[in-house]
Design a protein around this ligand. Structure first.
Ligand SMILES: Cc1cc2nc3c(=O)[nH]c(=O)nc-3n(C[C@H](O)[C@H](O)[C@H](O)COP(=O)(O)OP(=O)(O)OC[C@H]3O[C@@H](n4cnc5c(N)ncnc54)[C@H](O)[C@@H]3O)c2cc1C
Length: 814
């Protein structure tokens, strides 16, 4: 008994620590020796142990007896992967998310990543040109009157190289860090979604990015300086009517042939395409085009179907059709279709030259991870921060039933979501750009933030709308919500529509890329030398078994103890969040192995399982980003309610995903066994409490350090034309006016908090207020009315087709 117990304990600890096979063998031998000393170990046990020890530790024996048959079976079971799938899986790098996947996150590693900072030049750009272009942009004029940015704003953007944030200095670009790009986009998106998208797209995946990575010297020298100076406006066209999410299925073609170009016969391609939804296409001067290249006459080599290829085509080339526009949800950034029929261009139009023919898909997926981690998450975060502040201010100013609506519990709930989400989203955006600035191309993380930050951004807009009631609905120059609300589905749809990103991409890529052994096992299948292949498989397999055992033991122990004794880098009220993440991280590693082992290739089709596994990974990323931000910023006690809210919400969602995964796991008996092991006390984690919601809601309603932490890098300057800045000013003015109002009503009797100018007059007349105090109160009334009032219009102003309006008037008169 003693020996058996000792063995169990030792194996448990060895598995928990994922010890090597050799250490496990040695420790087993020592315990058996102790057992022998106590007379408890029969010689047969030693014999079995000796045989097993030799087999598992001598690699040639292990490979021959154990790994070879398993390798054969593995080869049969593994589903065939298309080249596009292979490219997608191999693209990019893994970073902090891989640590979260492995069951034992090293929190010190997270805390040691540098805090993102702006250089002096970047800060000056943010305070100078960015502030200025925000001032120049009137979103109502852009969205309602012009359906475009003004010519002055376009010119300013080009002149100040807004389209060249990713272009290197040697080509005249700004070469900003990912962090700086993110802050610029956040600020622009707090003013106008059209402005933020117009700047975001050329700095994301497109000609600039592709040229820098793959362009020939001649292409770089020609295009990059022109793009940097804004002399070229780029767009990139991949999507066609028949190929949206399934972008690899584009029907657009190029045929290699000889043709006439500038009076000479040259080798080139005849391109036929029909693309839609292409941002900046209507005004582009250079069209990045993805198409399938064919070489029926063997002019480039022996391969007839060369594959997806990317080329750059000047839009003035005869036959290129651009100019028509789509109308995306009343957020009229330049977006439209482009078509071409048998347009001839020289072969040098291929990005990277003819050597890169057929490499287009790899180029796109490799570059996608960086842009996808910056543009849409930053725009979503800027929007969410802005509407959190606006909703807090409005809730304090708007009164019903004689109370600021923000004091009502019903309003506190969405307000708390707004505050907590804004803090978490900014944290996730910061951690992601930190990784990018460290040189990572984090394909899994960029999918996580693309989905979760655009999703939370959209939900924040819904909450803000509900809080604002009619004020949010009635559109006009003073409405700071409605266009963002209308346009939120755009961010959800583009660069990988969210349902697809959640169901397939995050975990589909994450499972293979973040798992420490699965990719190595898969790669062993590609190894041409059979001996090498077996050796690689064997090494990965035994590492994998140790990993799985470790996660099983860790999951059971951390479940039983609720993670209590597991490591946390800091011993304060946030320690429990690190410990819960230790637990969920082990669960994720374990469940991944179980899902892959029991479903094999079918896991790819079980999208809802994949989505929930991806949710666990995603929430762990978002919560860890929150804790990292809190730590980076010096752990200020004032923001703790935001941190608690974000962590509790994220961990509650993790628990829900885990529970639903087990409830829906196809291998029912296995799931029934696992549930009491992983959730031995049911679901102990709770959503943020009403009390915590109340604290967060309060923070949003008056100036304080926590509120200021949500206001960083937004355009909040108080000036006419910036309703958000004016609202912030109104909040300050009304808070300052409250003691003056109270002084008057205390002396002259109760009255509602309206007509403050009248209250000011009465207070002045009664000698209760000094002149400047009365002025202050009257000014507060102007701001209060501006805050609660909405725009109204002459009917003619709202009619797009004025001729129809006149006709109907004439008809009525007749
Ligand atoms: C305003 C705007 C700007 C854009 N800009 C550009 C641009 O500049 N360049 C460019 O090339 N493209 C651009 N796009 C295209 C964009 O990337 C596509 O819209 C996107 O890839 C989705 O394609 P789709 O709209 O055809 O949706 P579909 O592919 O038809 O998808 C419809 C729904 O099905 C879901 N779905 C699809 N497959 C799966 C699956 N396997 N599992 C689960 N769900 C699935 C999707 O998530 C989505 O919810 C833009 C689109 C818009 C709307």
């Amino acid at each position: 008994m003693v020996t058996a117990l000792l063995l169990l304990l030792a194996w448990g600890m060895l598995a928990y620590r994922q010890a090597s096979l050799l250490s496990a063998t040695l420790i087993t031998a020592i315990i058996l020796a102790i057992g022998s000393g106590l007379g408890q170990v029969a010689p047969a046990v030693w014999l079995i142990f000796a045989v097993m020890a030799v087999v598992v530790n001598v690699s040639s024996l292990r490979q021959g007896l154990l790994s070879r048959p398993l390798f054969k079976r593995y080869r049969e079971l593994m589903p065939e992967m298309s080249d596009t799938e292979k490219d997608a899986i191999e693209a990019g790098t893994t970073w902090w998310e891989a640590e979260l996947f492995r069951g034992r996150p090293d929190w010190q590693t997270l805390h040691n990543y540098p805090r993102p900072r702006l250089s002096e030049e970047e800060q000056a750009f943010l305070d100078g040109p960015v502030e200025q272009v925000c001032r120049m942009t009137n979103d109502w004029e852009v969205t309602h009157e012009r359906a475009d940015l003004s010519p002055e704003v376009w010119a300013y953007l080009k002149e100040h190289r807004f389209f060249a944030m990713i272009i290197k200095k040697e080509y005249g670009g700004l070469a900003f860090s990912a962090y700086a790009q993110s802050r610029v986009l956040q600020k622009l998106s707090s003013v106008s979604a059209v402005l933020a998208s117009t700047v975001g797209v050329p700095n994301s995946l497109g000609p600039g990015e592709l040229l820098q990575h793959y362009g020939t010297r001649a292409q770089k020298d020609h295009y990059l300086p022109r793009l940097a100076r804004g002399e070229e406006i780029p767009c990139f066209a991949l999507t066609s009517p028949e190929a949206g999410s399934d972008a690899g299925a584009i029907p657009d073609v190029g045929v290699v042939c000889m043709g006439e170009w500038q009076g000479e016969q040259v080798l080139g391609m005849r391109l036929t395409w029909n693309k839609r939804y292409i941002t900046l296409a209507p005004v582009a001067t250079v069209l990045g085009l993805a198409f399938k290249l064919k070489d029926p006459d063997g002019l480039l080599g022996e391969q007839e179907d060369i594959g997806i290829t990317c080329a750059l085509i000047p839009t003035r080339t005869p036959g290129v059709e651009i100019g028509r526009r789509h109308f995306p949800l009343n957020v009229p950034f330049q977006n439209g279709p482009t078509r071409g029929h048998e347009v001839f261009v020289p072969i040098d139009a291929i990005i990277g030259g003819k050597e890169m023919a057929g490499q287009g898909w790899r180029m796109l997926v490799e570059c996608l991870s960086v842009g996808r981690g910056i543009t849409l998450p930053s725009n979503g975060t800027g929007g969410a921060k802005a509407v959190a502040l606006a909703s807090g201010a409005y809730s304090r100013i708007r009164r019903q039933f004689k109370l600021p609506i923000g004091q009502m519990e019903g309003i506190e709930e969405p307000l708390a979501r707004l505050g907590g989400n804004a803090y978490l989203m900014d944290a996730a955006s910061m951690l992601t750009v930190t990784g990018i600035d460290l040189g990572e191309k984090p394909s899994v993380i960029s999918a996580i933030v693309k989905y979760h930050l655009t999703d939370r951004g959209q939900r924040s807009l819904i909450d803000a709308m509900d809080i604002h009631g009619g004020k949010g609905i009635c559109m006009g120059p003073n409405n700071y919500l409605a266009r963002g609300y209308q346009g939120a589905p755009i961010a959800v749809t583009v660069e990988g529509a969210n349902i697809l990103t959640r169901s397939m991409i995050i975990y589909g890529q994450g499972a293979i890329r973040c798992h420490p052994y699965v990719l190595a096992e898969m790669r062993s299948l590609q190894e041409p030398d059979p001996q090498q292949a077996l050796a690689r498989f064997d090494q990965a397999l035994f590492g994998h078994l140790g990993f799985a055992m470790g996660n099983l033991v860790r999951s059971v122990w951390l479940g039983l103890t609720n993670g209590r004794f597991s490591p946390a880098p800091i011993k304060d009220s946030t320690a429990r969040y690190y410990r819960q993440m230790n637990r969920f991280s082990a669960n994720l590693g374990l469940l991944s192995d179980i899902a892959m082992a029991s479903l094999g290739g079918d896991l790819k089709r079980k999208e809802r399982l994949s989505a929930r596994l991806g949710d666990i990974l995603s929430q762990l990323y978002l919560v860890s980003a929150t804790l990292k931000r809190f730590n980076d910023e010096g752990r200020p006690a004032e923001v703790l309610p935001l941190v608690h809210w974000a962590c509790q919400d994220g961990l509650y969602r993790t628990q829900t995903a885990l529970d639903e995964l087990l409830n829906n796991f196809p291998a029912r008996n296995l799931a029934r066994m696992l549930k009491p092991l992983l959730l031995p006390y049911g679901k102990p984690l709770r959503r943020p409490s009403d009390r915590l919601d109340h604290q967060v809601a309060q923070l949003l309603q008056s100036p304080n350090p926590a509120r200021s932490s949500l206001a960083t890098d937004l355009y909040l300057t108080a000036e006419p034309g910036n309703p958000l800045g004016m609202l912030e000013q109104a909040l300050r003015e009304l808070i300052d006016a409250e003691p003056l109002f109270n002084k008057v009503v205390h002396a002259l009797g109760r009255r509602p908090f309206t007509m403050l100018d009248k209250v000011a007059e009465d207070g002045l007349a009664a000698g209760l207020l000094a002149q400047d105090e009365a002025r202050q109160l009257a000014q507060a009334e102007i701001s209060r009315l501006r805050t609660i009032n909405v725009d109204d219009f002459d009917p003619l102003e709202l009619v797009a087709n004025k001729a129809l309006f006149d006709d109907s008037l004439l008809n009525k008169a007749a």
